[in-house]
Design a protein around this ligand. Structure first.
Ligand SMILES: *Cc1c(COP(=O)(O)O)cnc(C)c1O
Length: 405
């Protein structure tokens, strides 16, 4: 320990501290002239570009925009204290009633839902096991999935400490199941890439008494998916909050069997000796997620779909007027199931799709699109209605300009 004398000596060598001795430290810090208080148009103040999102629900582009009712719920949540567990209890029961499933909880994204869901399946309600994870000694330590479903997000499962076992056929799946098998995991987005489909997967799980989990992160719309997979018999189902449901980007939903979800909750705050402590969902986001879900359930989905179709057609008609431009309207069967436009063109137009995307990005307003080397791909579901005219005009202008050169 420093002696009083050396402490004083130490302090007086720091200019700011001599200010503190004079009682001015706080005032001088808060009035720091080099960093004026931030206010108003915060993104602009930070020097950030905002943009029209003609791409879709991408994590890097910050997911989706929350409706005002959701941000009101978040602002409201910030005004009062509640007990965190009681809040989760009440909201979990309410979501379960809304989605006609046994139980539910708001999670930190679909990724967080996967981690705490699997952790709950492995630990059950045994608090010693909860505290032991990710050390799986004496616990089940394998998750089986189809090889074509083994995408980056299975890291959420590996976070629990398990090994991933991949299979291709039903026979391989049945043979792989054993004493170490904790869970079977299915990726809805890659349904077509795998031999085993949802119903058969659930059937195998039931036959061997192993819980099944389906990742439906980006599978809303259609709204029916929020009900379909728990009803089909999956023990756990995960959705992202900040994609089609337009809730907080860092929130998500875990739906399914009460025993597993209650066990999953043991891995989350306010408890701390668990792997989910860092996957906290604050009260504001719990409320925001609930309100976003209720708004999503009550909206006119047919009307919204028709609007997206009209917007896509408007952009397609506009750019197709440019000589040599081809458009293709399609709806992905699984994940991001919305009207989508693919724009490509002949070599007569001397500009590449990545160059066009760059020009859209650097224009005013800035527009984000996606696609590889062959096309510019557009969806309108994340756009404020009316902006389809801006996107149509800009894309048409860029292609017209390039054809003249
Ligand atoms: C987006 C996504 C995730 C991650 O979801 P978050 O809500 O961002 O945690 C997981 N799986 C799939 C298939 C996804 O598309």
């Amino acid at each position: 320990m420093l002696s009083r004398r050396s402490l004083l000596k130490h302090f007086s060598s720091i200019p700011l501290i001599s200010g503190f001795v004079g009682g001015n430290l706080l005032t001088s810090l808060s009035k720091s002239p080099s960093v004026p208080p931030i206010a108003g148009d915060l993104f602009k103040e930070l020097g950030l570009r905002t943009f029209i999102n003609a791409a879709g629900t991408y994590t890097s582009m910050t997911g989706s925009l929350m409706p005002p009712e959701v941000t009101s719920a978040i602002a409201y949540g910030a005004t009062e204290f509640v007990n965190l567990d009681e809040l989760h209890d009440k909201v979990g029961e309410r979501i379960a009633r809304l989605l006609k499933c046994e139980y539910a909880t708001v999670t930190s994204g679909a990724f967080g839902a996967m981690t705490i869901g699997l952790a709950g399946v492995i630990s059950g309600k045994d608090s010693a096991a909860v505290e032991q994870i990710p050390n799986l000694e004496g616990l089940k330590n394998e998750v089986i999935l189809q090889e074509s479903h083994n995408i980056v997000y299975t890291h959420a499962l590996r976070n629990v400490g398990v090994d991933i076992v991949t299979v291709k056929t039903r026979e391989e799946l049945e043979n792989a199941i054993g004493d170490r098998t904790a869970m079977l995991w299915f990726l809805n987005a890659n349904t077509d890439e795998g031999e085993i489909k949802q119903r058969e997967f659930v059937e195998v799980g039931k036959k061997f008494n192993v819980p099944t989990f389906i990742d439906c992160a980006a599978d809303v719309p259609p709204v029916e998916n929020l009900f379909k997979f728990t009803e089909m018999g999956f023990d756990l189902v995960a959705f992202s909050g900040g994609k089609g449901i337009r809730g907080p980007q860092s929130a998500g939903l875990l739906l399914g069997k009460r025993e597993y979800i209650e066990a999953a909750r043991m891995h989350t705050p306010p408890r701390g000796n668990n792997i989910g402590r860092g996957m906290k969902v604050n009260k504001e986001e719990v409320l925001g997620m609930l309100v976003a879900l209720e708004m999503y359930l009550s909206k006119d989905h047919e009307k919204e779909w028709k609007m997206w179709e009209d917007q896509i057609k408007l952009i397609s008609d506009s750019v197709s007027a440019v000589q040599g431009v081809k458009t293709e309207i399609h709806v992905p069967k699984y994940a991001n199931h919305v009207p989508s436009l693919k724009v490509s063109w002949s070599d007569d137009i001397p500009i590449t799709p990545p160059e066009v995307r760059e020009q859209l990005r650097n224009g005013h307003p800035s527009i984000e699109t996606v696609g590889g080397r062959e096309s510019v791909n557009i969806t309108t579901w994340m756009m404020t209605p009316g902006l389809e005219y801006t996107v149509a005009r800009r894309l048409t202008e860029i292609l017209e300009e390039a054809s003249k050169s």
